[in-house]
Design a protein around this ligand. Structure first.
Ligand code: ADP
Length: 186
């Protein structure tokens, strides 16, 4: 099972990604988590991307693609994976196509969690109070939403044209959304 989960910041991708991954027995790979872990551990990569994440911008395709390629080459991805937060640009879609072609695999589904902008901004502001993520201030949230609509939202059309897109309403209780996703993927 090779899956992608798409959706705006605050759509609940991370939460749903771990549940779906567990359901299918595959690893959930979040590029955001990988970057945050590197920042926390003060690695060279962490130093490179710290300011970008804090400002809500996208890390370069070059860096991001290299990280994903490395991660997908690890043993636990042999039976499949769920990508959360990648691809985010059309260039990343192409890079992923290349990685999959090289390994002889292909995507099964691309799940898009749809949630209104107002709902996600509200959720992100609440998360800011709880988790204190540096990219959860109102100004940075607005920037992330704008970049999402410009750079990432077009990816749903690309995957729809390929017949891979499955749209699921991400509004509502976490369990209800998980239920919708698992039945949509069944
Ligand atoms: P969210 O889905 O809430 O925006 P993520 O945890 O997925 O948060 O990502 C946090 C940040 O990490 C992004 O705002 C961006 O700076 C960086 N990032 C994550 N994935 C990518 C990617 N595929 N391409 C470029 N930057 C990325």
């Amino acid at each position: 099972m090779r899956l992608i989960i798409l959706g705006p910041p605050g759509a609940g991708k991370g939460t749903q990604a771990s549940r779906i991954a567990e359901h299918f027995g595959i690893p959930a790979i979040s590029t955001g988590d990988i970057f945050r872990a590197n920042i926390k551990n003060e690695t060279e990569l962490g130093q490179q991307v710290k300011a970008i994440l804090a400002a809500g911008g996208y890390v370069s395709d070059e860096i991001t693609n290299a990280i994903v390629e490395d991660r997908l080459g690890q043993d636990d991805c042999a039976r499949g994976f769920l990508l959360d937060g990648y691809p985010r640009t059309l260039a990343q879609v192409e890079a992923l196509d290349g990685m999959l072609a090289a390994s002889g695999g292909s995507l099964d589904r691309v799940l898009e969690l749809t949630v209104d902008d107002d709902v996600v901004v509200g959720r992100l502001l609440k998360r800011a109070e709880i988790e204190g993520r540096v990219d959860d201030t109102e100004e940075v949230i607005r920037e992330r939403m704008a970049i999402y609509h410009r750079e990432t939202k077009p990816l749903s059309d690309t995957y729809r044209e390929r017949g891979l897109l499955v749209e699921v309403d991400g509004d509502g209780e976490v369990d209800a959304v998980t239920e919708r996703i698992t039945s949509a993927l069944a």
